[in-house]
Design a protein around this ligand. Structure first.
Ligand SMILES: [Zn+2]
Length: 270
C-alpha cells in the first residue's frame, strides 16, 4: 500500500501537468472504493494550477477553486498511457497528452472538493504532517503519552501523524532503537524526539529514492520507473536475516500486530 513517500513521488511526477488544460475525462465504471462524484465531468475545460498532497491524498488543483482528490488505495497508480482492463479514469489534455488512473483492486478514491480542504470528510480529521516544521518531539510526545497502545499502532494512527504505514513504521522504530511492542504512553520525551527525527529522515531518504516498489511490483512512478528505497531497508521484509548492526548477533523477527507484519530486532530495539 502506498505510504507518504510513494504518494509524494507521484505528486512530483504529476507536476509536469501544471498549466495544462483538461479536454475531457472518461470513467470506465461507476465507482472505485466509492462512487465517482456525479459532476466529475466538470473538470473538463479547466487548467491544472497546482498539485498538492495532504497525508496520502493527492490534491489536483484546478481553476475556479475546484480540487480533484485522489487516493491510490492499495494498487492505484497514474501513468501516461493506457495499460489495459484496469484503467478506470482517462483524462485527456488539450495539448494531446493523457493521464490514466489504473487500479486492479479498486480500493482507490476519487472525489471533487468544492471549496476548502478542511471541510472535506476525508481530510477534516487528519493529524499533523510528519515533514511539517510544526511536527516535533513535543507534539508527538503530547499526542501519545496517554495512549495505551503499542508505539507501532500509534505511528499508524492518522490522527497522531499522517502518511506512515507498515513499511516506514518498522524502519523508523528500528532506526530509533525502540521496540514496536513498547506502549506509546511509556515513550519518554527524549525518545519521542528521536522517533520524530528518524521519521523525517527515513521519509526524506525514501522520497529521494522514489518510494518503495515491493516484490509485488504494484507501485510505479508516473513514468513507469520503480521506487528504489527497498535497497535501503534496514529491517522491513528481512525476517530471519542477521541484524545489520555489526555487534548484534540477533536475527530480524516478524510479529503480527493488528493484523499487519512488523519487522524488528529484539537485540537493538527496547
Ligand atoms: Zn540488532
Amino acid at each position: 500500500m502506498p505510504e507518504l513517500p510513494e504518494v509524494e513521488t507521484v505528486r512530483r511526477g504529476l507536476l509536469s501537468l501544471v498549466g495544462k488544460q483538461i479536454l475531457s475525462i472518461e470513467v470506465t465504471r461507476p465507482d472505485l472504493r466509492f462512487p465517482f462524484p456525479e459532476d466529475i465531468d466538470s473538470i473538463a475545460g479547466r487548467k491544472i494550477i497546482g498539485i498538492d498532497r495532504r497525508a496520502k491524498y493527492l490534491l489536483i488543483r484546478l481553476e475556479d477553486n475546484l480540487t480533484l482528490l485522489s487516493h491510490l488505495g492499495m494498487t492505484g497508480r497514474f501513468g501516461r498511457s493506457l495499460e489495459g482492463k484496469h484503467d478506470h479514469v482517462i483524462i485527456d489534455f488539450v495539448d494531446g497528452e493523457r493521464l490514466v488512473y489504473t487500479d486492479p483492486r479498486r480500493f482507490g478514491i476519487m472525489d471533487l472538493i468544492h471549496g476548502s480542504d478542511e471541510d472535506h470528510k476525508l481530510l477534516s480529521h487528519l493529524g499533523p504532517e510528519p515533514l511539517g516544521d510544526d511536527w516535533n518531539g513535543d507534539v508527538l510526545h503530547k499526542a501519545i503519552r496517554k495512549r495505551n497502545v503499542s508505539i507501532k499502532s500509534a505511528l499508524l494512527d492518522q490522527k497522531i501523524v499522517v502518511g506512515i504505514g507498515n513499511i516506514y513504521a518498522s524502519e523508523i522504530l528500528f532506526r530509533s532503537g525502540v521496540s514496536p511492542k513498547k506502549l506509546a504512553k511509556n515513550i519518554s520525551r527524549k525518545k519521542a524526539q528521536e522517533i520524530c527525527e528518524e521519521t523525517k529522515h527515513v521519509l526524506l531518504i525514501a522520497i529521494e529514492a522514489g518510494g518503495s516498489t515491493l516484490r509485488d511490483g504494484q507501485f510505479k512512478q508516473i513514468d513507469g520507473q520503480l521506487g528504489y528505497f527497498p535497497h535501503e531497508f534496514t529491517v522491513y521484509d528481512r525476517e530471519g536475516e542477521s541484524c545489520i548492526h555489526p555487534n548484534c548477533q540477533k536475527l530480524v523477527k516478524r510479529v503480527v500486530q493488528s493484523g499487519r507484519s512488523t519487522f524488528y530486532c529484539a537485540g537493538c530495539q527496547r
